[in-house]
Design a protein around this ligand. Structure first.
Ligand code: FEO
Ligand code: CA
Ligand code: CA
Length: 657
């Protein structure tokens, strides 16, 4: 979800870098290798000026030789010279030979189900066959996280759309979120969608799904339409995700509460509704409560519990029913990144994208079977869910969330593992997990074995000694408030050789503190050679390319005049933590989930919510009349269209080099 959407109701930032920040630096951050020998010697004064005294990397340090973009904020997108940018598919484009042409005047649920959806976020290129190094043919697996009805249909405004949407428009919106899976092919340097592929598929709120794991069959998941508590209709708010070693996709449901309507105070467990992210202003966002009684609390008190899980989807088998894997916990799932421990158990790393929420990990009980895909079908139903606790000495521990262990007693409300997964955040509270600054991107670096995690920002983080202790700065979230976010580096034992992602204890470090290094109050920390174009704020999606470089896509609200964008840097050597600005989407967009062909010659990027901010004042657009851009068509009568683009070098060499 766009960070601007999430923060709409939040108070103004308190612009103050707490005094305590320096003492926390002395505890923890000076271990950070980019700064080694710097902060220690200079004793915790404003950091940005210090960085300029840091020994610079060798000129051109690192392998990134593209010409860095100049910052610009306008209604177009921008990419480096020597590259070709192709719009591969837009909202409303065909996914099947019989897809109707995109026509806003007649768009309904039936048409939208045959077309590419709105606000694409998670994006993954899976070579065909799965596991091959094919670079010219693969599946695109894409999530459509949310829709903004008043930016889709002419004549609606953010104030009146719930009342003025037609029923067909509501059905179209509900069919425009979810996921798209489709085959793509490259010929003569140009990519195209294979419309008649047997893989092509749309998944949305009308798709039959199963519920498995500890909460399956629980009374709290039973509804009038599903008295078993084991079958659910659809998925929604599909944010980022991940790919399992056996080639299924894990989709994080993030913020499904927004879709529900009515008076939640009729429910027995209101505390959980509030903790899960209820917002009086921003519920029933698609007006779908008008059409579907299950989405109204008064009519169906349990339906909301059947969302905000991780959904496993098999992109290679169109007939396979998606499954909500409850063992991975229920919270605001940003994504689900997979790694394999040396003994073959699969480890899924997950962020809970809300202020003061946690990082989680799930370790399967059994190893995966590389030789028998079907044997992995239910692997994610048995295992251990844990939550992260960071120590100021540079260690972190994964604390298991197991009913009956430690404080998770029956008296505390955790008599069964179903209780734990249905109320994951409260269980994590009891274990003393470290509240983070809205964790989003999580990525495993396949060459070094390290992990990177993006904390987007947290305006409400408090200075040491202020207010609730859980909301005060801590070693891993050292700035209060933290309007710019940061990246952490997690190091499992054996990293670089045989990383043990299932180990109880990792080491950690701050990799980057975001913000403008030229502004002292930002307290930013990047490599000293970072240019005025290269620093960033609000990191969201992370990806590692085949050459091992870390890509960071940001999700504002950016400072005055700066657009969200895509940056790339190295994680080791001279170019460590030295980002360069690679791509700028049109105003109001977030560029999500860069994903690469195995040879690194093309990068696919999702352009989400183009024009959501107005061009003139950077405030939320309220209708198509004041939308920030009409990208990519710029045609009369056509709104901005979220799209999937692909960038390749004109000489077909590796992107970024
Ligand atoms: Fe869907 Fe957390 O952004
Ligand atoms: Ca986002
Ligand atoms: Ca995100």
């Amino acid at each position: 979800m766009s960070d601007r959407q999430k923060t709409r109701a939040r108070p103004n930032p308190r612009r103050q870098i707490a005094e305590s920040y320096c003492s926390i630096l002395n505890e923890g951050i000076r271990r950070r290798s980019v700064l080694k020998g710097l902060v220690a010697g200079l004793g915790g004064v404003a950091l940005a000026p210090l960085l300029s005294s840091q020994p610079a990397a060798a000129a051109g340090g690192g392998s990134l030789s593209f010409n860095e973009l100049e910052r610009v904020r306008d209604d177009r997108d921008h990419w480096p010279e020597g590259y070709d940018r192709q719009v591969l598919i837009r909202w409303g484009d065909a996914l099947f030979p019989d897809s109707p042409a995109f026509d806003l005047a007649t768009l309904d649920g039936k048409a939208a189900e045959r077309q590419f959806g709105y606000n694409n976020d998670f994006t993954y290129f899976m070579p065909l066959p799965h596991g091959a190094a094919t670079a010219d043919n693969g599946l695109m697996i894409v999530s459509h996280e949310y829709a903004s009805p008043f930016l889709m249909f002419p004549g609606l405004t953010d104030e009146d759309y719930r009342d003025t949407l037609t029923d067909d428009q509501i059905r179209a919106i509900m069919a425009s979120v979810g996921l798209s899976i489709f085959e793509v092919r490259r010929a003569d340097g140009k990519w195209s969608v294979v419309l008649d592929s047997s893989y092509n598929r749309r998944i949305h709120m009308g798709t039959d799904m199963a519920i498995s794991g500890p909460a399956a069959g629980d009374d709290r998941l039973k509804t009038k339409a599903d008295p078993t508590g084991r079958a659910v209709f659809g998925t929604i708010s599909n944010c980022n995700g991940g790919i399992t070693p056996w080639g299924t996709m894990l989709s994080g449901e993030e913020g499904a509460m927004d879709v529900f309507a009515g008076d939640y105070t009729v429910l027995p467990n209101q505390e959980l509704v509030e903790r899960q992210g209820w917002d009086e202003e921003d519920n029933d966002i698609y007006a779908a409560g008008r059409l579907e009684s299950r989405l109204r609390f008064e009519d169906e008190p349990n339906e909301w519990m059947r969302f905000d899980w991780v959904v496993e989807i098999d992109p290679l088998d169109r007939s396979a029913k998606p499954v909500k894997r409850t063992a991975l916990g229920r919270f605001t799932h940003e994504g689900a990144q997979c790694a394999v421990a040396p003994d073959g158990r699969v480890v899924v790393f997950m962020g809970d994208d809300d202020d003061f929420e946690y990082l989680y990990r799930f370790v399967t009980r059994d190893p995966w079977n590389p030789n028998d895909r079907a044997a992995n079908r239910d692997l994610l139903d048995e295992g251990t869910l844990s939550v992260a606790k960071f120590e100021s000495d540079g260690t972190m521990r994964w604390l298991p969330l197991i009913a009956g262990e430690g404080p998770l007693t029956a008296e505390a409300g955790f008599a069964s593992q179903a209780d734990v997964v249905l109320n994951t955040r409260a269980a994590a509270d009891l274990l003393g997990a470290t509240p983070m600054d809205a964790p989003e991107g999580f990525v495993v670096h396949p060459q070094t074995g390290k992990l990177y995690v993006a904390m987007t920002e947290n305006e409400d983080r408090l200075a040491a000694g202020e207010g609730d202790e859980a909301e005060q700065v801590n070693a891993a979230n050292p700035r209060g408030p933290n309007p710019h976010g940061h990246l952490l580096e997690l190091v499992p034992p054996g990293a670089g050789d045989k990383p043990d992602y299932a180990a109880e204890t990792f080491r950690w470090d701050v990799f980057v503190l975001c913000g403008d290094p030229a502004v002292a109050e930002d307290g930013a920390m990047f490599h000293a050679s970072t240019t005025a174009n290269g620093w960033f704020t609000d990191p969201d999606n992370l990806a590692v390319d085949p050459a091992g470089r870390l890509w960071v896509a940001t999700d504002g609200p950016p400072p005055e005049g700066i657009a969200d964008a895509l940056y790339v840097m190295e994680t080791e050597g001279e170019g460590r933590a030295l980002p360069k600005l690679f791509y700028i989407p049109p105003v109001g967009s977030e560029c999500c989930s860069p994903t690469f062909t195995p040879d690194g010659t093309s990068v696919f990027i999702s352009i989400q919510h183009p024009g959501e901010l107005r061009m003139d004042d950077n405030e939320d657009a309220t209708s198509i009349a004041d939308i920030g851009t009409l990208w990519p068509d710029f045609a009369d009568g056509m709104p901005a269209r979220p799209s999937l683009i692909v960038l390749s070098r004109n000489d077909q060499a590796v992107v970024g080099s």
